[in-house]
Design a binder for this molecule. Sequence first.
Ligand SMILES: [Zn+2]
Length: 289
Amino acid sequence: MRTLGIDIGGSKIEYIVLDLKPFRIIDRQRYKTPRTRKKVLELLDSILRLAVEEYKVDRAGIGIPGYIINRRIYNSPNTPFFEGYKIYNWIEKQDIGIVVENDANLFAYAESLLGAGKGYNPVIGVIWGTGIGAGIIINREIYKGFYGSAGEFGHTVIKPNGRKCNCGKHGCLEAYAGGGAIVKRFHSLGGSKKVSSVEVLVKTNSKIARRVLNEAINYMAIGIANLVNIISPEIVVLGGGLSNIPNIDKKLGDKASKLLVKGINIEIRRNMLGDSAGVIGAALIAKKE
Ligand SMILES: [Zn+2]
């Protein structure tokens, strides 16, 4: 059985064709994300056509940054052309079954079945990149909640009337610990304007860089501790660009554990599937539905 997984991100669109028995990736490709919805849908059409004709794929999973309520996509500031879009109108025109799922959910799903969260239950997968999100996996299933937005913890408020967030609200965790927020804070404290990403910022290892990173880690620890207090997972798997900071899993684990209810020492571990977790999750969810 073969499935297609597609991961739509703000900067790249990736697909894989997955053979499930034995488990192997038989094709994969990356593209720069087009800037208009029309162009993105054209690209998706061509990927689907290729997968069906060449690889006889009969199901597909698509990961999007955002979530779906009443068949519309919401909260997708990194792919603004999808905000409010009725994606099922497009899906219903396709010849094969397609499942659409939030990208953080797919990251968590793949890591819980095949990666750092394998054998643990529940598993929370946290994406820490430009944006912040989480997927909650209970008994090997994605927990979506009534509205489908479970795990949107980047938009939990940690400062009343605080900084403006990409989502339009104020004081969200993402506005304090998200990659974009970290770079902005670095600039506001006098850090070089040439630094435009957290990766570069970490490499400068300047006093300002260490200060803003430390602040962000403290906020992130608060966010994760809140999440752990509510869900009580056995493990938290960390992904996204900021999970590559050396020893970040241990630092966050130590800080978050101090904020938790007594008796819990939460295990936070870096992901194992790397950049591909989302797209693998998309291909795996396709098989299931
Ligand atoms: Zn927000």
